[in-house]
Ligand binder design. Structure first.
Ligand SMILES: Nc1ncnc2c1ncn2[C@@H]1O[C@H](COP(=O)(O)OP(=O)(O)OP(=O)(O)O)[C@@H](O)[C@H]1O
Length: 331
């Protein structure tokens, strides 16, 4: 094997036809055709379920970041957050906290303010008032990439991938956020840069394997089946080693089997040390995977409790009354 070539994570030499090699050359942007002989799966095929937490990929993906607070303590505080769009108050003095190691659901009927809350937390919108604290320190006013470096990562309701990049390249872009090489170091291809690039490919492959889409590493992301694109967004967000992973409707457009697999993946992500904030309309998924749920209605918080209590909460039931789609019902 040449110095710049290494094996796919998780296999042993001579593992058979699944085996591929990846080189830093694969990172050239906008490469068209996959360069390996690996057979691609059927477009309809489901991604593989996530690996068990003790697999090699899971160990590489495991959170490698120092977090100032202990598991179970407040990681994030949303403090009286208010966001206005002209005369509309989309978020009205909303306060809640997110504890390290939990899966917190953020739910509410359409237009309740869930995505606005994500956007204010991740620097997309400037709140009119209130605060967002990560480990006790304010992140308000930081630029989006500084917020990513501080520890927030997110996926989007409408998938946003670099369509002309391969799946692996999309993840490596996320890993770049954690790299230390200077622009000059990258330009002159310093030894440190080459080391980081090589480990980025290895790490990127482990992340793709972790979310169950390693078989499509060399496919342009715009050509990936929908379910793979959603998983790729999660892999890219995980690449930044977030202290908090925010998922905005990750199951949108999924069939029941895919939703089950996604629930499994979200649990596995938490088991690897991540904290998850989840916006999701599918109540079965939310109730099945969340430790606690915050409910918004018309920009205000109306409930904050464990799933069982949320299901029985009269204010929550009232908020959802009139929603005809069964999936959006709380019961
Ligand atoms: N950029 C914007 N400009 C103006 N109004 C906005 C903007 N973004 C959101 N809104 C409004 O703010 C309110 C909250 O929207 P938001 O998207 O946060 O709700 P949501 O709970 O995420 O809804 P959904 O479940 O439909 O995605 C809505 O009335 C919406 O129309």
């Amino acid at each position: 094997m040449s110095e710049n070539t290494h094996n796919v994570i998780g296999g042993e030499p001579g593992d058979g036809p699944e085996r591929q090699t990846y080189t830093p050359g694969h990172l050239g942007l906008g490469k068209g055709e996959p360069e390996n002989e690996h057979e691609l799966l059927d477009e309809d095929a489901h991604p593989a379920p996530p690996p068990p937490p003790d697999s090699e990929a899971a160990q590489i993906v495991e959170l490698d970041r120092t977090i100032a607070v202990e598991v179970g303590e407040k990681l994030v505080e949303i403090d009286n957050l208010t966001v206005k769009f002209g005369g509309l108050t989309a978020l009205d003095s909303v306060s809640f906290d997110i504890k390290r190691g939990e899966i917190l659901g953020l739910i509410g009927p359409n237009g309740a303010g869930k995505t606005t809350c994500f956007n204010a937390m991740t620097g997309v919108y400037k709140p009119a008032s209130g605060g967002v604290l990560l480990e006790g320190k304010s992140v308000l006013g930081l630029k989006k990439n500084a917020i990513t470096r501080a520890g927030f990562a997110r996926t989007f309701q409408n998938i946003r991938l670099f369509g002309e990049m391969t799946a692996l390249e999309n993840v490596v872009v996320g890993l770049d956020a954690r790299h230390k090489t200077s622009v000059f170091g990258a330009l002159v291809r310093s030894p440190r840069h080459i080391r980081e690039e090589k480990s980025a490919i290895e790490h990127g492959m482990a992340l793709l394997e972790f979310v169950g889409i390693a078989d499509k590493a060399q496919e342009l992301s715009r050509n990936l089946p929908y379910g793979y694109q959603r998983r790729l967004e999660i892999a890219r967000a995980l690449a930044t080693e977030p202290k908090l992973l925010c998922l905005d409707e990750p199951a949108a457009g999924f069939n029941p089997a895919e939703k089950e697999e996604l629930m499994e993946l979200i649990r596995t992500i938490r088991d690897e040390g991540y904290t998850v904030l989840l916006i999701e309309h599918d109540m079965k998924l939310v109730m099945g995977v969340c430790d606690r749920i915050v409910v918004l209605e018309f920009g205000k918080k109306i409930a904050d409790d464990v799933p069982k209590a949320i299901q029985a909460d009269p204010a929550v039931i009232a908020a959802y009354l009139g929603v005809e789609d069964d999936e959006d019902g709380v019961a």
